[in-house]
Design a protein around this ligand. Sequence first.
Ligand code: ZN
Ligand code: ZN
Length: 321
Amino acid sequence: MQPEPHPPIDDFAVNAVLIAVRQAADVICDRSSLVLLLFAHAGVERFGDFRERSALGNRQLISRLGALIEQEILVRLAYSRHPPRYGYHLTHMGLDLFDVFATMVRWDNAWSPDGSAKGVLIEHLSCGASPVEPQLQCGLCAEEVTARSVVEIKASHKDVARVPPKATSYRRSSSATAANATERLHPLAHCFEIFGDKWSIEVLVSAFLRTRNFGDFQAQIGISTNILSDRLTRLVHLGILRLNTQKEAGRTGAYMLTEKGIALYPILLAIQAWADKWLRDRYRSPVRLKHRTCGQPLQLSLVCSSCGKALQRANARITVP
Ligand SMILES: [Zn+2]
Ligand SMILES: [Zn+2]
């Protein structure tokens, strides 16, 4: 890879985004929820169809759907009275996750080993193009947003950096460690390997904050040695981090983000924007970011790669094989 004079990734922006992402992770970031929400975005509504498509067991399916209803991301509505039958529909809050899945599809297409997002397609109904690559760009200068082009406006973190992770709501991470063969068959499996596991997200964002060594990850995240070791190994295996074996800028044995890892940033931004809209509470202020290229407050805009116009839930269709 050609060493380029990249501008540095802004720590404050990453830190601000982390707080929002952590909050969202408590709500949506386990693998089963992501799989169900992706199917819901592709139009699946009935229990039996969710079961068939997701291959989740009844108990797990009931529990996950119930949790998503409790979070007001899904709503259960009767479609038949005799016998009583219910469908599960995305609420506005759930529909608004479109940008998150769209950025995931783009990343998976670009970086997953099979390069196909496992057949997840996005069609832009406005222009008729299919599949399209959703591109997250600055609404003002229309440049694609990257980790290196975003800085935080207000670099003071008194309210932001203090929000602790809700340790109690970290669900058992068995879903992460026991990523079995069936689960890997899901669409967007490569992306869900990371975003379906909260510890992986913590390690990822710490890496964006230039945490490099095992001990520093442990101190920053407050994570047990075996879980940390497992997640670092997995992120290296997935090509998100690389372990320096040679002495590089005075560092050996350091975990560094790869370009593939840095390319996950638009997904973090999309999750942050969603969290800011739907999960903001008294614990934190809205995240205020600036686009370095044009110097203006960042307004994210998702556009279609084919026609360059806005790509939104209302004018797009997601299909999942
Ligand atoms: Zn701009
Ligand atoms: Zn288009």
